[in-house]
Design a protein around this ligand. Structure first.
Ligand code: HSE
Length: 385
């Protein structure tokens, strides 16, 4: 099969290397025919073009890998390829979470496959597993670490006493971080992966604006020392699940875990993602959540599934509101500010601007957070598990 690559950055070049150099029998008949890239990498002049029509109008290209990132022109390029009858594999969580319905519907209409396993979990076959799980089981909850960059930062701050900004730079150098790393440290990358996972797990289509996301931008060494004293480890979690009334909750927040929990020991850029099924119980997956070859390998697996598999895993997804009113937790809040909303929910004042709240809903903490961030942008909030 001849394929086209949209994007030749970290993931795109990983896909190319695996296809060009991999020795597995299955890879033998796959060839990268064209690459869309704004930069012409020496040695690839014969493959690189800036013109999407060179791929869209090439009937020999049957499958296109989108690894450009961002919404535009990725959406227009992918739609053009699908409408031209080409299968698409995307690693772009921003695109998949925002255009979930449009892309799936267009693929169905054109009788092609649209796969996106690498868009959440990096090298972990998380989404393909979730899709299989849904065939027989009922997913009750999903949670876990789905962002390699923030896990790398949090781990380095604890283990090597590294400063936040130094650890972030290293995560960028290693190719884990997004082009604009705010998406990682403000929880938006985790939010997108949470949405895609929740859509698959619960047959819904949820909207970014309904999924609150707290990040780790404001965590400091003094927070980390305080957590260590209490036997806690901080990790950034995606959370989603079914409420008792069948509605779905979904949110992103740093969590404070007992140091003996599985996720507390997850190091470096690794992800650890869990689903709880009615029949299978807890099922957790650990692996590299970001990086050139792990994510590239996940793309190649989706290419092989497109070639060898049928498309029998199709489902109907319904547009759905998010209901975060029914999930309650205690929170750690560190802030220089005070608001009436905060006073109402404090259970313990730990001094130095640190508070432990009573159990409150996500909705309540979101409302409290808005007031606090307005007065003190350095506020840090984490859920206590
Ligand atoms: N920036 C992302 C992360 C890349 O750090 O997890 C993989 O999706």
């Amino acid at each position: 099969m001849k394929i086209g690559l949209l994007g030749f950055g970290v993931v795109g070049s990983g896909v190319y290397d695996i296809i060009a150099n991999g020795t597995a029998l299955e890879l033998r008949n796959i060839e990268v025919k064209r690459i869309i890239s704004l930069v012409v990498t020496p040695g690839f002049e014969h493959l690189i073009t800036k013109n999407i029509d060179d791929i869209v109008n090439d009937d020999e290209i049957e499958l296109v890998v989108e690894a450009m990132g961002g919404l535009h022109p990725a959406y227009e390029f992918v739609m053009a390829c699908i409408n031209a009858g080409k299968h698409v594999v995307s690693s772009n969580k921003h695109l998949v979470s925002n255009y979930f319905t449009q892309l799936n519907e267009a693929a169905e209409k054109n009788n092609v496959q649209f796969r996106y396993t690498p868009s959440a979990g990096g090298g972990i076959p998380w989404l393909s597993t979730l899709k299989r799980a849904r065939r027989s089981d009922e997913i009750e909850q999903i949670w876990g670490i789905v962002n390699g960059t923030t896990n790398y930062i949090l781990d380095s701050m604890v283990k090597d006493d590294t400063d936040f900004s130094v650890a972030l730079k290293e995560a960028q150098r290693l190719g884990y971080a997004e082009a604009d790393p705010s998406a990682d440290i403000d929880g938006l990358d985790t939010q997108r992966k949470c949405i895609i996972s929740a859509n698959l797990a619960f047959d819904v289509v949820i909207d970014e604006k309904d999924v609150p996301a707290f990040g780790i931008r404001n965590i400091t060494h003094s927070d980390v020392s305080y957590f260590e004293k209490n036997g806690w480890v901080c990790k950034l979690f995606a959370n989603a699940g079914r409420n008792q009334d069948d509605s779905v909750y979904a949110y992103v927040v740093p969590v404070l875990l007992d140091k003996f929990e599985i996720e507390a020991g997850v190091a470096s850029n690794y992800n650890c993602i869990t689903y709880v099924g009615k029949y299978v119980g807890r099922s957790s997956y650990i692996g590299q959540g970001a990086g050139k070859l792990p994510t590239g390998n996940s793309v190649v697996q989706d290419i092989l599934d497109t070639i060898f598999d049928d498309a029998s895993l199709k489902r109907e997804y319904k547009k759905s509101a998010v209901n975060n009113a029914m999930v309650a937790h205690r929170y750690y809040i560190k802030t220089d500010s005070a608001t009436p909303e905060l006073s109402e929910i404090i259970e313990k004042d730990e001094g130095d601007g640190r508070y432990i709240t009573k159990p409150v809903s996500i909705e309540c903490i979101q409302k409290t957070a808005e007031g606090l961030f307005e007065k003190c942008p350095q506020t840090f909030i984490a859920e206590i598990k």
